[in-house]
Design a protein around this ligand. Structure first.
Ligand code: GRF
Length: 212
């Protein structure tokens, strides 16, 4: 059985979706470990019932980003994962860390990339009066939220929405598309070549796969 390591910072609702997808056989893998840089991340408590190790590493115990990421990769590598899944992991990654897992590491970002990389995506969509917002699953590269997009999901923005409502609407889509993409990666259907995402032997367009 293939193995995943999931990195989180907070609530872990995407982690929950991944746990369930593995339990239901929608992803042919098991989550070997969930790791956070915050010992109090709520998501770490979600693994209690499942056969998953929950670990945390405190950045304050390390000299800097490189040292932390080196310890993190040593911990990750103990589980020999085929894929590393960032699920609300809110830390900048060092270049060496990204390079180590090139083509094996995915992220989900709450916007229709390349719109709104970085923080406060829902706030920006509302402030700009966007009629549409969404989420993107992408390969992780050295460019923050800039790696090749694999799949996006769109949601409408309604009059009267606030950040919280919009975030929940976006997350509902993430819970559907993230396990799907992780499954593609583990099945060998999805690869990263020369900074382009390929699915089933064909390069994906800039906005990722879109079923008509
Ligand atoms: C998600 O909206 C994801 O796009 C972003 O952080 C949020 C994490 O939510 N990167 P959760 O911790 O999975 O509930």
């Amino acid at each position: 059985m293939k193995r995943l390591v999931v990195l989180i910072s907070g609530e872990g609702s995407n982690l929950q979706a991944l746990i369930e997808a593995c339990q239901q056989g929608k992803i042919a893998a098991r989550i070997a470990a969930v790791i956070s840089h915050r010992a109090d991340a709520y998501g770490l408590t979600r693994v209690a019932a499942a056969d998953i190790e929950a670990k945390s590493l405190n950045p304050a115990d390390f000299a800097g980003r490189e040292a932390f990421d080196l310890a993190l990769s040593a911990l990750i590598d103990r589980y020999r994962p085929e894929a590393i899944v960032l699920a609300g992991y809110m830390r900048i990654l060092s270049t060496a860390f990204v390079a180590r897992y090139a083509g094996r590491m995915l992220n989900v970002h709450p916007s229709l990339l390349p719109r709104y990389p970085g923080l406060h995506t829902h706030r920006q969509a509302l402030a700009n009066g966007d009629a549409e917002h969404g989420t993107s699953v992408h390969f992780v590269t050295d460019e923050l939220d800039g790696g090749p997009v694999v799949l996006q999901a769109r949601v409408p923005v309604f009059a009267g929405d606030d950040e919280q409502i919009l975030a929940q609407r976006v997350k509902a889509q993430e819970h559907a598309i993230y396990p799907l993409v992780v499954g593609w990666l583990l099945a060998g259907r999805l690869t990263l070549r020369d900074n382009v995402a390929w699915l089933d032997g064909a390069p994906l367009p800039a906005a990722g796969y879109a079923a008509d």
